[in-house]
Structures are given as structure tokens and as C-alpha cells.
Design a protein around this ligand. Structure first.
Ligand code: 3HC
Length: 692
């Protein structure tokens, strides 16, 4: 018997407890343990039932993802389920915590399922670019119906116990002792006959609802192989017997597992967990922060305050006067009410959060805070003034964080007179929803400050990535490289819709021009002017007072109250005029050219960022671009994508573009060239502990 599955007997019921911390992944040893448990049950005719259970937090998080790159070792999860289904006595899954992926599929293969009131159920394989591979797509629809099953399989969302009971996913909720309840259920139950495995019989109406939902999901997740496979497999449950569905599911799983999209998404899974952790040698044990002050009650400040409240901190929100502060609290109240309306929060949680929130108008109110986050307007003069005051008022050892997205953190830190306490925390908007935070290490930021900032980010359930001080830090610096190319593409012959559609087809949620219209064209223009940059098309659009959605006109036009971009013949005419004015003969531009000219300079900048040590590893860059800028997760982020293209091919492609377009922006970065010449992978560069 392996040590990952422990056996004991209660009455005449054998209890097999999975104990493979941290998440009870079903690795080879655990599967072997479960096989031996089932065999022990089969061989002892005195036993009335077998109960499979896990730890308090995890029944099981599913297949061990680290085993995917290795040859499969028996026994398989599917094999275990087959043994269970053939049993003439009942096997019961007793679920505490989460049953995910292959873990839930194992539970679905049992004859009955009992859960604790807080247990949760999900098939999150699609988030790894896969589909449930051991019966989930066939057994779930047979239990809860095809429409609900399709939603669960595609979204990977967790289903809480009460809803799972309502749907028929579980048979009972144990009000007190889970095992005692499972034993009682086991003693009273009979194993059903082996599942007949007939196709699901559903009404024409259900089939219609299924088709509509499938079409909606395919539209929404266009280009994702896993979603197509999920739909295909669940549909098979409607069309044929269980065995045929299982065979199709196996075939689709094997194909996806080897495919580029799943490899990319598994890379992201591990990258997200690797980033934002200081090596043990650099960590400084300290008391976690319990009080925070946020300076600035604008949209960013409010979002940051909500994230801190959600993480259980006491928060003081400081704004210029009472009216502004009260308005900020009102808006936060409304946001929480909206969360209640959506079922994401309950009234008690809202009350507790609002009770933990206070306001002030004097920066001296930061004196008690363990951490102060400044979120005022992006102006060096204003920020310097605030940090001077913080240097005087904040208590010794408090973390002083600036939410700057572009300014020199070292100057801000110097103004405080205690730069060791200062760190950048670049949140993304809306800050209470977006998970990414670039944690900026200034020249003098102490390890203690950095560690506390990272710890705080984790408590807010966000992903922190440590970056160095440079213009735009990592994300804005890289994505900024596409703007100039977009303007040039418009000059050369492309139109806004064509560029945006190339991006959405690649997998971005929005194209760059729709994004610009949303953010405000005047904002980008001010940045360009401060840098002395000229973008002929963007400048001409701004000259007409078209600043995007807020003026109902930018690259597109907008109906009053609508955010839907509508093509505007005036813009087409204007772009054509600007091209003519610049002496450019417009030509047909292919989608491939659009993507090459806009994405390759972004990737190229990633290599410069790495060479300069502004990011510790290629993974850090991938996490930033995917979580902060909508880079499609299933391509693994820009650096992973670069490897898919091949560094040699990428280098050659860029060199060619540099020559044909006569544009030095396409000159391959030194590091890219060196790696390509030596045939090395960017992932082989050893991880730096900290950015330079
Ligand atoms: N296999 C291997 N390792 C896993 C794992 C898994 N299924 N799930 C989590 N881990 C590891 C993490 O990598 C992390 O390792 P680290 O400490 O070395 O970084 C550790 O367990 C703890 O994970 P988290 O930091 O993510 O802990 P949380 O408590 O925040 O979250 C979780 C736990 C919700 C289980 C989250 O880790 C998660 O979503 N895991 C993936 C679940 C999943 O996708 N399951 C399906 C797997 S595929 C499958 O079952 C195929 C089947 O259909 C055949």
C-alpha cells in the first residue's frame, strides 16, 4: 500500500483517504494506492461499501499536471473508474473541499457522491487547453443534463455544493460528519447495475437549447481548440452510447495534450505560480500588514482600496476634501452592491468591508498604516510632494508604494527621504478585478519592502511580478512598441477595422484602435508630445477633437450611450488624405503583415527587457502580457510564442522587415540574435533572483 492512500474500516465500510499534499493530485503513486484500495475492497466480501475521500481542502485537484510531459504510467484514472463501475457493491465519493478535473471525474465514476456544505466541483481542464479526459464529458451530461454540463466543461467554473445538489451532481450534503454520513449512505445503498451507457434521451427543446449554447460558446472562444473539443465531446453524449463518447473523448484529449495551445496554457499555469516569489534566501520573515492607507480616491484608488478590503485589511482612503472622499465611498458601496446582485458577495461581507473602510483628508492619517499606496494623478511633481509628506508622516518600516505606470520610481523614492521603504505597485484597471500587479523594485528598495509588497499582492489574490525601473516598466514598454507600427500600417493601406480584426482573430479581446478609443486618444497624444513623437494618423484624428468613446468619435464613431465601434467613412477619407499628404501610395495589407509588424516589435522588446534585467525571466514577461494586456493565454504569452515561431525564424523575419520597411524597430535585439545563433531557448536563461 502506498503512503498516499490510507485505509481504515468503519462498521463494514472501507474508507480510502487520499493524502497527497498539497492538492491531492492523482499522481502515479496515488493512483496505485487507489487501485490497491479497490482491490482490497473487492477481495473482502464482508465489506458492504467503499468510501473514497480526501483531505479537508481537497478531495483531489485532478490529474498530476507535471506528469503530462512523461510517458503515462499505469494504473490510469480511467482504469480505476472502470474497476469502480464494475463493482457489485457501492463505491461512494465523500468530498470535502474541492473535487477538480480528474478528481471530479473519479467521483463521477463512483455510484454515489456525498459532499460537505462547502465542497466545490469543477472540470477546469479547458483552462489548460484540454478537455476532461476520463469520462467527464460523458458522465456529467448524463447526471445534470447536456446544457449545464456543457457550461461547466467549457467554463471550468466551480459549482458550490448546494447548486451541485440541485443539479444532481451530488446525491447528498452531509450536515455534520462527512465520513459518518458516507458510511450510512454506503451501508444502505446498492451498487446500481453497470451503467447502461445508452445515449442521453433529451427533448427536442433541450437539444435546441444545447445547440444554441454550443454556438454561443464557440463564438465567444473562437480559435481555442479545447473549446471546440469540449463541445464535440459533450455533443457525443447526446448522439451515441457511453463507450463511443468515451473513445472520442480519449482521442480528443490525446490530440489536445500534444498540441501547441495546451502546451502554452500549461506553461502559463506553472509560470503564474513561479512568478512573484522571492527565493527563500531573500525572504525576510515579518508580520503581515493589517492596516493600509490609499492616497487618492479616483478610479484606481477605489479599486485598490476594494482589493485591500477584500483581503481583510483595515483601509483609510485619503482624498483632497470631504466631498471627494464621501463620493469615493459611495462608489465603492455601489460596486459592492453590484457584486451582491450578481451573487458574488453576500450582504454580511459587504457590511464587514465597509466597516473596515474609513476616510481622511489629511495625509497625516497615514501614520498608523502598515502599507500606504499612492494612486493620484500621473504627475511627477504631485507624486514627489506626496512622498515628501509620507516620508514625514508614515510610521517607520511602513511600505510606501506608488501606483505609477510610467514615472521614474527612483525619483519618487528619493523624495520620501527613505527610499528603502518605497516600492512601485503598478495595478491595472479596474484594479479590484485585474489580477496583475507589476511590483517595481527601485534602486534602493529594501528586500523587506519588496517581500511585504509581494505578500500583500498574494493576499489580494493577485499575481505580482517583480520588474526593474525603466520607461513604462515591462508591460507598457513592450506594448508601446506596437503603437508606432499601427499608425504606419494605417498610412500604408490598412484601415482600423482590419487591424482590430487581425488582433481579435489572433486572440486579443480587443484590437489596439478600439482600445485607444476606449482609453482616450488625447491621453496617448499627451505622452507622444512629451516624447517628441509624431504619429501622422493619430495626430490628425486628435486635431479634429475626436478623442475616442468620450467624444463619441475616434478611430470609430459611437452612437450615444453605446460603446460599440462603428466604421466611419470620414476616418477612411481622413486616413487616405494623410497617406497622400505623406506621399505614401496605399496598398493592400495582409493580416499576416499586420500581425508581424505589430507583434514582432513587442516580442523583440521583450528580449531587450531580459537583457537589461528589467524582468527576471521570460515567464515573468509572459505573465505580464497575458494578464495585463490581453495577450491570448493559449499562445503562452509573447516569449513562449517566440519559441513557437522559432528564434532563428523570428530573427530572419525581423531582419527582412527591417530591410523592406527601412525601419530599425525591426532590427533583432542582441539577445534574440545571440540565442538564435547559438540555437538556445530563451527559457534556458537562468532565472535572476531580482531585476537589475
Ligand atoms: N497537478 C500537479 N500540481 C498541481 C496541480 C495538479 N493538478 N494543481 C496544483 N498543483 C500544484 C501547484 O503547481 C502548486 O505547486 P507549487 O507550490 O510548487 O507552486 C501547488 O500545487 C499549490 O497550487 P496553488 O498555488 O495553485 O494553490 P491554490 O490553493 O491557490 O490553488 C488549485 C489550488 C485550485 C488546485 C489550483 O492549483 C488549480 O487550479 N490547479 C489545477 C487544477 C486542474 O486544472 N485540474 C485538472 C488537471 S487536468 C486533469 O485532471 C485531466 C483529466 O481530465 C484526465
Amino acid at each position: 500500500m502506498t503512503t498516499t492512500v490510507q485505509l481504515r474500516t468503519v462498521d463494514r465500510v472501507l474508507i480510502a483517504t487520499i493524502g497527497n499534499p498539497p492538492v491531492n493530485a492523482l499522481n502515479q503513486a496515488t493512483r496505485q494506492g487507489l487501485k490497491e484500495a479497490i482491490e482490497a475492497f473487492q477481495n473482502d466480501r464482508n465489506l458492504a461499501a467503499l468510501v473514497i475521500t480526501g483531505s479537508e481542502r481537497f478531495f483531489s485537484a485532478g490529474a498530476d499536471i507535471t506528469e503530462f510531459t512523461r510517458a503515462a504510467q499505469p494504473p490510469s484514472i480511467a482504469g480505476l473508474i472502470e474497476m469502480i463501475e464494475k463493482s457489485d457493491r457501492p463505491v461512494i465519493a465523500a468530498v470535502s473541499g474541492r473535487a477538480l478535473g480528474g478528481g471530479l471525474e473519479l467521483a463521477l465514476g463512483c455510484h454515489l457522491r456525498v459532499g460537505t456544505p462547502s465542497s466545490r466541483y469543477a472540470l477546469p481542464e479547458s483552462r489548460l487547453g484540454l478537455l476532461p479526459g476520463v469520462g467527464g464529458t460523458q458522465r456529467l451530461p448524463r447526471l445534470i443534463g447536456p446544457v449545464e454540463a456543457l457550461k461547466a466543461v467549457v467554463s471550468g467554473d466551480e459549482i458550490p455544493a448546494p447548486r451541485a445538489l440541485e443539479l444532481g451532481l451530488i446525491d447528498q450534503i452531509a450536515q455534520d460528519d462527512l465520513i459518518a454520513t458516507a458510511v450510512t449512505v454506503g451501508m444502505g445503498a446498492k451498487a446500481g447495475p453497470p451503467r447502461a451507457g445508452a445515449p442521453l434521451t433529451v427533448s427536442a427543446q433541450t437539444r435546441e437549447a444545447f445547440d444554441a449554447e454550443a454556438a454561443r460558446l464557440l463564438r465567444r472562444h473562437r480559435g481555442q481548440d479545447a473549446i471546440e473539443a469540449c463541445v464535440q465531446a459533450v455533443r457525443a453524449a447526446l448522439d451515441g452510447p457511453l463507450e463511443a463518447g468515451l473513445a472520442l473523448e480519449r482521442e480528443l484529449f490525446a490530440k489536445l495534450e500534444k498540441g501547441a495551445q495546451s502546451r502554452a496554457m500549461r506553461h502559463m499555469f506553472f509560470a503564474e505560480r513561479r512568478v512573484g516569489k522571492l527565493p527563500a534566501s531573500q525572504r525576510v520573515p515579518q508580520r503581515p500588514a493589517s492596516t493600509a492607507a490609499v492616497v487618492g480616491g479616483g478610479m484606481m484608488g477605489r479599486g485598490i482600496a476594494m482589493s485591500l478590503l477584500d483581503a481583510g485589511l483595515q483601509v483609510t482612503l485619503i482624498d483632497v476634501d470631504e466631498t471627494a472622499a464621501a463620493k469615493a465611498v459611495e462608489t465603492i458601496d455601489r460596486q459592492y452592491q453590484r457584486a451582491i446582485d450578481k451573487g458574488a458577495l453576500d450582504a454580511g461581507q459587504k457590511t464587514r468591508r465597509l466597516q473596515a473602510l474609513s476616510t481622511a483628508v489629511d495625509i497625516a492619517a497615514t501614520a498608523e498604516a502598515d502599507v500606504v499606496i499612492e494612486a493620484v494623478t500621473e504627475s511627477m511633481a504631485v507624486k514627489e510632494k506626496i512622498f515628501q509628506q509620507l516620508g514625514r508622516h508614515a510610521r517607520a518600516g511602513a511600505v510606501l508604494a506608488s501606483n505609477t505606470s510610467t514615472l521614474d520610481l527612483n525619483r519618487i523614492a528619493a523624495a520620501s527621504g527613505r527610499p528603502g521603504d518605497v516600492v512601485g505597485m503598478h495595478f491595472f484597471s479596474p484594479a479590484h478585478i485585474m489580477r496583475l500587479v507589476e511590483v517595481i523594485r527601485g534602486a534602493d528598495t529594501s528586500l523587506q519592502t519588496l517581500d511585504r509588497a509581494l505578500e500583500l499582492v498574494r493576499r489580494m489574490k493577485k499575481i505580482g511580478v517583480v520588474v526593474g525601473v525603466c520607461d513604462g516598466f515591462v508591460g507598457n514598454r513592450m506594448i508601446g512598441k506596437r503603437s508606432q507600427q499601427v499608425d504606419r500600417l494605417l498610412l500604408d493601406g490598412a484601415l482600423p477595422r482590419q487591424i482590430d480584426e487581425a488582433f481579435t482573430r489572433f486572440g486579443f479581446p480587443m484590437g489596439p484602435l478600439a482600445v485607444n478609443d476606449m482609453a482616450g486618444l488625447d491621453v496617448a497624444q499627451a505622452v507622444r508630445q512629451s516624447r517628441g513623437q509624431v504619429f501622422p494618423v493619430a495626430d490628425a484624428i486628435c486635431a479634429l477633437g475626436r478623442y475616442g468613446q468620450k467624444t463619441q468619435a475616434g478611430y470609430y464613431r459611437y452612437e450615444p450611450g453605446s460603446r460599440k465601434p462603428v466604421d466611419d467613412p470620414q476616418i477612411t477619407a481622413l486616413i487616405e488624405r494623410v497617406s497622400a499628404g505623406q506621399g505614401v501610395e496605399r496598398r493592400e495589407i495582409s493580416e499576416e503583415e499586420i500581425l508581424d509588424r505589430t507583434l514582432l516589435p513587442v516580442i523583440n522588446e521583450g528580449f531587450r527587457v531580459l537583457k537589461e534585467g528589467m524582468a527576471c525571466h521570460a515567464d515573468d514577461i509572459d505573465v505580464i502580457l497575458v494578464h495585463g494586456y490581453g495577450w491570448p493565454r493559449w499562445t503562452g504569452g509573447p516569449m513562449f510564442h517566440a519559441e513557437q515561431i522559432g528564434l532563428r525564424a523570428l530573427c530572419d523575419k525581423m531582419q527582412k522587415l527591417a530591410e523592406t520597411l527601412d525601419d530599425p524597430a525591426f532590427e533583432p535585439a542582441t539577445l534574440l540574435r545571440a540565442l538564435a545563433d547559438e540555437g538556445l531557448s530563451v527559457r534556458e536563461l537562468s532565472r535572476r533572483d531580482l531585476p537589475a
